[in-house]
Ligand binder design. Structure first.
Ligand SMILES: Cc1cc2nc3c(=O)[nH]c(=O)nc-3n(C[C@H](O)[C@H](O)[C@H](O)COP(=O)(O)O)c2cc1C
Length: 320
């Protein structure tokens, strides 16, 4: 059974972005569910072997905090034996196991994983069956609508197979794989999926304001919304969406509060092994919309360590 979610707004899995510090911040700000960055089933198996020899668990590799719960781990990879093994390794630690069938990156689709699977009905069915029978925790799915414009309705069959095999929730990002991030996501497809499905549907794509979130819910009748880019450097969005859905209004945050929020991120990140390059990326995102932001971002690029990054970000307060 799916856990109870405290909010209808979820944080999307984002490689290099939805690290444990950002996830915890979004959770504190009211996200109903957070999802790890996508993780290769093969890397989980290899790491677990290594870690076991040192009497450590997979949590050293996929870091998270208890405060994030409910937390979902996203897997990718289509080797059925490896999939079963990896799912069993992570199962004790996570509340939901999510499967990635949306990633458009060529290095993923070329290994028959991510979005490329949308056109592999038989393999897909075996993947769902393998996952659902290997673990007791709920298994969910994240998909794009199709591969090319000509196949943009592939989601219909895949969703039906998923439901038949016992997948408990589907997130749809209604763009095709070949579309990448261009154009606008086609929310009509979320509406259609909701109409044909008997399991909860999470709508995803192009939500950047609380108004967008409400509009997606109103237009598609989706059960939950998932936010990716709109939450980058902007964990306040979850609180704003929750308030807006409940009361029709929400608190606006100023630029200095955005900077405060970055320092909160930085403080949380000290507890995890997050690469400095990724922390710099987060700093850039927290400076979106700040006066002198582009100059600030070029200064961030040249920082070599946390101390110099902190100094650059502290100086930004004076300018805002
Ligand atoms: C930097 C970045 C990394 C992403 N990594 C993942 C990932 O690991 N797994 C996944 O399912 N989707 C991934 N996505 C897609 C998002 O989860 C989401 O579906 C997409 O960004 C559309 O939502 P948005 O318009 O709210 O950003 C990524 C997106 C971005 C921008």
């Amino acid at each position: 059974m799916l856990p109870r979610f405290s909010s209808r707004a979820f944080l999307a899995p984002m490689a290099g972005v939805s690290d444990p510090a950002l996830r915890l911040q979004c959770k504190k700000n009211g996200a109903g569910l957070v999802v790890t960055e996508f993780t290769s089933i093969h890397s989980i198996i290899a790491k677990e072997k290594q870690l076991k020899e040192n009497q450590k668990t997979i949590q050293e590799f996929i870091e998270f905090s208890e405060l994030e719960r409910p937390i979902s781990i996203q897997l990718f990879g289509s080797d059925l034996n490896a999939l079963a093994k990896a799912a069993k390794i992570v199962e004790p630690f996570f509340d939901i196991i999510d499967y990635n069938m949306g990633c458009p990156a060529p290095h993923i689709t070329s290994q028959m994983a991510g979005g490329a699977l949308l056109q592999e009905v038989n393999l897909t069915q075996q993947i769902f069956q393998t996952l659902v029978t290997s673990v007791k925790k709920p298994v969910t799915l994240k998909i794009r609508s199709g591969v090319t414009n000509a196949s943009k309705f592939l989601f219909r069959d895949i969703a039906q197979i998923a439901e038949d095999e016992g997948i408990q929730m589907i997130t749809l990002h209604p763009r095709t794989v070949s579309q990448g991030y261009s154009g606008h996501s086609d929310w009509n497809l979320i509406k259609e999926l909701k109409e044909i499905s008997g399991i909860p549907i999470v709508g995803n794509g192009d939500i950047v304001t609380p108004e967008d979130a409400k509009m997606m819910i109103d237009e598609t009748n989706c059960d939950y919304v998932m936010i990716g880019r709109g939450a980058m450097g902007n964990p306040f969005l979850f609180e704003q969406i929750n308030d807006y859905l409940k009361t029709g209004t929400y608190k606006q945050y100023g630029l200095n509060e955005r900077l405060d929020s970055f320092f909160e991120y930085l403080h949380i990140s000290e507890s995890y092994k997050i690469k400095f390059a990724n922390i710099k990326g987060q700093a850039m995102r927290f400076t979106k919309g700040l006066r002198g932001g582009s100059r600030l971002r070029s200064e961030i690029t040249f920082t070599k360590d946390i101390q110099s990054l902190e100094q650059v970000m502290k100086n930004a307060y004076l300018k805002n």
